[in-house]
Design a protein around this ligand. Structure first.
Ligand code: C2E
Ligand code: CA
Ligand code: CA
Length: 431
């Protein structure tokens, strides 16, 4: 059975033919595959591959023909690595590594071409079997080509190199599976937004909430965003996923605001922020949910601003003009440059939880928190302290003039229904 990611093939079936163009590589999940090559017009088996081994990758890396024929020796289950997947990984890789890969592959193909030429010329002299020099040369050639082919299947590489190859194959296999699961997750409704209250510190009431994504993966279980957001960014999935997050968060805001006039904070990733569709996506989401732009706060990191400040300035000015609020997430952990604080239209600074956690164990952290609160006040910005877990932290932050607080001391992020319950009863789990 083929699932798009895996292919099951019965024993004896041809997987690909030498000389054919290749559109994917494979990792064996189960079973055995036999690789053969035409030597002197006769197929010669040079390797049997087992579970965990990779084959068919060369034609994908350099867009050339299949250098061998692959046949299922037993019933096999194969994990498919598509041409697009490889192309994307090569594109993203370091240019030096990319160049080395090409050089190694060209040399490898060159050896094959030479061996093929020798084989052809030997064929011409085959009738002259009395020529012992040629005969011994031919046998040398067969040995060499077999050795080379075997080495290529990693069987004769040093055990040190084999360890690396095996580890790489394992992580490739894992990341292809995870990536494919992630791609299907959106269609399969496996994502869910949780909402964490953002509390007005002096009043102790809910002023807003932050939408935080969760992945209920049937294979990986309940997965936090740290384990898939960067993969979603690398693969481009963050664009449709980010659109989905924005739509869900806006609909939730509409529901929440039926009970209390709170705002919704949405996290933006760099890839999403720089995408062409982003502005239209967010405006449509807000319009479709029938809420006003000014109840949406967009959380971006300092690195988004500093990677491409010109683009960031244009985008942020547009968002600001449309009425959205802008918060700097994890403030203090990135560049924290004063230049961007006056250059960009920022409304809110979110003090990173690492400073809040360390306030009572490290005097400098306490001072950093106090200084950021003061800075925000002087710049006419709001400040939110994140990751507040202890009562004494919230008391201290309130004394520093910190406007808002967020953390387990008030509530963990909770599903939609539970958050609605907090608003209906106008209460926080921990007062
Ligand atoms: P973040 O934006 O800094 O979100 C705050 C994180 O701190 C959340 O982790 C939250 O659950 C956690 N947290 C809140 N209060 C406390 C506390 O008192 N103690 C501790 N130890 N942690 C607390 P989470 O939900 O696992 O999210 C991790 C990161 O993943 C987020 O960091 C954000 O960068 C990213 N992320 C989450 N949701 C989204 C999303 O919808 N879109 C994008 N692009 N990124 C997201
Ligand atoms: Ca955030
Ligand atoms: Ca944060």
């Amino acid at each position: 059975m083929d699932t798009g990611l895996t292919r099951t093939i019965t024993a004896g079936t041809l997987i690909f033919q030498q000389g054919a163009p290749g559109d994917c590589a494979y990792i064996i999940q189960n079973g055995e595959v036999e690789l053969s090559m035409l030597i002197n017009g006769t197929p010669s088996v040079f390797a049997t591959l087992e579970k965990g081994e990779l084959f068919g990758e060369m034609a994908l890396i350099d867009n050339d023909f299949r250098s061998a024929t692959a046949i299922a020796k037993t019933d096999v289950e194969l994990l498919i690595i598509s041409r697009d997947y490889i192309a994307q990984k090569i594109e993203l890789s370091n240019p030096t590594v990319r160049m080395l890969l090409q050089v190694v592959l060209e040399r490898y193909r060159d050896i094959y071409a030479r061996l093929h030429d020798v084989s052809e010329s030997l064929k011409e002299h085959e009738s002259d079997s009395s020529n012992s020099t040629i005969s011994s040369f031919f046998s040398q050639y067969l040995k060499l080509s077999s050795k080379l082919a075997t080495a290529i299947t990693h069987r004769q590489v040093s055990s040190h190199a084999a360890d690396y190859i095996n580890k790489d194959l394992e992580s490739t296999s894992d990341s292809i599976t995870k990536e494919n699961n992630l791609k299907n997750a959106l269609d399969n409704n496996e994502f869910e937004l949780y909402y964490q209250p953002i509390v007005n510190m002096p009043q102790g009431t809910i002023a807003g909430c932050e939408a935080l994504i969760r992945w209920n993966s049937p294979t990986l279980g309940f997965t936090p965003p740290d384990q898939f957001i960067s993969l979603a960014e690398k693969t481009g999935l963050i664009i449709p996923l980010g659109k989905w997050i924005t739509e869900q968060a806006c609909f939730a805001a509409h529901e929440f605001r039926k009970h209390q006039n709170i705002y919704m904070s949405i996290n933006l990733s760099a890839v999403q922020f720089e995408s062409e569709s982003f502005m239209a996506d967010i405006e449509n989401a807000v319009k479709n949910a029938d809420i006003d732009n000014d109840c949406i706060k967009l959380e971006i990191t300092e690195s988004i601003l500093m990677t491409n400040p010109e683009l960031a300035e244009i985008s942020l000015n547009k968002l600001k003009a449309a009425g959205f609020s802008i918060a700097i997430d994890d403030f203090g952990t990135g560049y924290s440059s004063f230049s961007y604080l006056h250059r960009f239209p920022i409304d809110t600074l979110k003090i990173d939880q690492s400073f809040v956690n360390a306030m009572f164990s490290n005097e400098r952290s306490m001072e950093i928190v106090r200084t950021i609160s003061l800075l925000a006040k002087n710049l006419n910005m709001k400040v939110i302290a994140e990751g507040i877990e202890e009562k004494n932290e919230s008391v201290q932050l309130d004394e520093f003039g910190c406007d808002y607080g967020q953390g387990y001391v008030y509530s963990r992020p909770v599903p939609f229904g539970e958050f609605l319950g907090l608003l209906k009863h106008n209460s926080l789990p921990v007062a």
